[in-house]
Structure formats: structure tokens, C-alpha cells
Design a protein around this ligand. Sequence first.
Ligand code: PLP
Length: 388
Amino acid sequence: MAYAKRTHHLAPEGAYQVLAKAGQLEAAGKEIIHFEIGQPDYETFSNVSLAGIKAISEGKTRYTDPIGIPLLREAIAEDAGRRRNIKISPEEVVVSPGGKPNLFFPTLALVEPGDEVIYPNPGFPTYEAMIGVAGGVAVPVPLLEKNNFSFDLDAFDKLINKRTRLVILNSPSNPTGGVIPRNDLDHIAAQVQKYDCWIMSDEIYARIAYDGRQVFSIASLSGIKERTIIVDGFSKSYSMTGWRLGFGIMPKDLAERVGLLLTHSLGSTAHFTQFAGVEAVVGPQDMVDGMVAEFQRRRDAIIAGLNAIPGVNCQKPQGAFYAFPNISGTGMKSSELANLILEKAGVALLPGSSFGLYGEGYLRLSYATSIDVIEKGLSRIRAVLSSL
Ligand code: PLP
């Protein structure tokens, strides 16, 4: 069967593949420790779930405006603007089923075949997927450990040019947990203005930052919001992965274009989910803060444990909930090592190579799981590596 060329480059996301393989091992009776999938282990906060249930019982089960109900768009505009210290109007907010459509559709709306798109590597696999579907040329910028996994600015300066249409940023980053420092954002912003391109700032982990850090949005810099799509959502901050709720913030004209793509593809986001989203935004925020404080405790435990394993070296991530240890000391390829750890130790984690070329030499472990599970997983990994 011949499939359209625009799909030839698509590959499954590593996290789902490893989850499926771990599921098979579990079905065969093996006990598996899960560090592979990127979702908080918390239940959705009860006030939010109850708002969703109430919405269903009140018949909020209809089609809605493709870019979201006004109540949610207003709440997001106010909240997202206050957190970033910028003015956002509800017309600039596009609600979607998860953050992913707000990565994909603005890319389809902006990128012509042959346009270059700069993106972080290692990075979230959807970036390469959507650039390819749009017919764009994917131009990776390495995230280097020696720069705390911020953008390699020397490489960026060499790669940006007049054919660059879009620059994708992700801070805090999946898979590295790195945060792009303010000075680097200033530099990127100046370059993007010079070459007149768009920015897609994936800020889905912006609330999950440690050691009191406030993550700065590039859209807050003067003259930048007009050329930026901020991508954010409810999956991570409010532990709502399965509700499918996210949003983009972008100039009104682009929001209308993206709205048309949503109209003709997904239709709209689930009606009741949007009411749960309103409660998440306007309701109490102490559960989010508590969850982030707990993630910080887990981060400290997993990083200390990983660094105590011979052949493993792990920087302290500044945000998100992923550890990205350097395993080059083991002399093994990341996919071989990840397989070995799954099969021998029953610990599911991801090879850095599933996040792109520059992820080789690393593993990704999601530590959005309990300290007990973390300790158990680490001791199993230690046992496998000591037996090498
Ligand atoms: N962006 C990044 C960097 C992510 O890691 C994810 C999810 O893993 C998303 C976007 C999309 O999340 P969702 O579609 O669940 O909102």
C-alpha cells in the first residue's frame, strides 16, 4: 500500500512504544516499574473532576465553538497573561484537545513546503513529526549538557537565516528538564526579529519549575508576543492528561486560521472538559504548588540515586519531571541499555535517541512517581549496570 509522502517520516512516540512493551511483560506476570510515560501520578484534583461531572450532569455535552467556550478563553487569557506579565485578550486564545493540536495546526498554518523550522534536539518528538507533515525542513539545534541543556546559541546563530520561518522553544524542556535562561531568550528574540520569523514557545511545563524558579516567557519581551505562539495546557500542571485540554495563545488573525483547521479536523474540544478547565484555572492553586514541591523532593532523590551508579552522570533538572542521565560511561547505545534495563530489571524508561540525534548517550526517566517506586527502580538499575 502506498501512503502519501507527507506521512513517510512519521514514527511512533517512544513513550507509547515502551509502555506497550512494558504492558506485555506485565501481562506475562512480570512486575514493571514505570519511568517511561510523561504524566503526573496524581489523580486530577477533586474540585476539577467534580466540575467536569457537574457539567456532564447539566448537559454540557454538545459541540462548542471550535476554539473554545468564551468562559474558558476569558479565564485562560486572564490567568496566562498575569503569569507572564503580558496582556492577553480572549480572542488570542485557542482551546484545543490537549496542547498537541496547538503545536500542529499553527505549524500547518505558517510553514510552506521548503521553509526551515529550527527546533530543539533532543526534543519532544511531535516537533519533527509536524514540521515534516507541513513539508518544512527540520533544522535541529543541539541542547548541550555543558550549557545546562539550554539552546546552543553558537549553533543557532549559524542555522538561522532568511529561509527560517519558525523557531520552536521548549522551556522547561522535555526530555532534559533544562530551562532557557533569560539572557539566551534575549539573544534568540533579537535574532528572530532580525530574520523576521515566528516563535513557537512550548510552555507546557512552565508551572513545574524548582528551587523557587519562575520560568520566563519569551513572549514577555518587547515586540515578541506579536510573532509568538505560546503553547500550554492542563495535562501536566493539573494532572489532566486524559481529559485532553490545552491551549495556544497567538495573534488574533493566526488564531482564526488555526480555528478553521480545528473546525475541519477535530471540530471542538469536549464541552464538559472545558468546564473542568475553568475550575482548574479559577479554583484553588495550592494542589498545583503541593504537587510541584513533591516533584522537587522526588527530583532530588532520583538525581542523587542516579549519580551514585557507576557509569551514570546526571545533571539536576530545573523543571518538568524528567531526569536525563548521561550514560556514555557505560559504553552502550541508549536503546540497547534501555532494552536491557527493561528486560533484565523490569524498569521501563526511554532511550535518549527517541528524542532525536542529539539524545544519544542519555536515558529519560520520568520521576512523576512515588519515592518508594523511585528507590526500587534505582536499585534494580544499579544491579543491572553493576553486572555489565
Ligand atoms: N509539549 C511537550 C514538551 C510535552 O512533553 C507534551 C506531552 O508530553 C505536550 C506538549 C503535549 O501534551 P498534551 O497534548 O497532553 O497537552
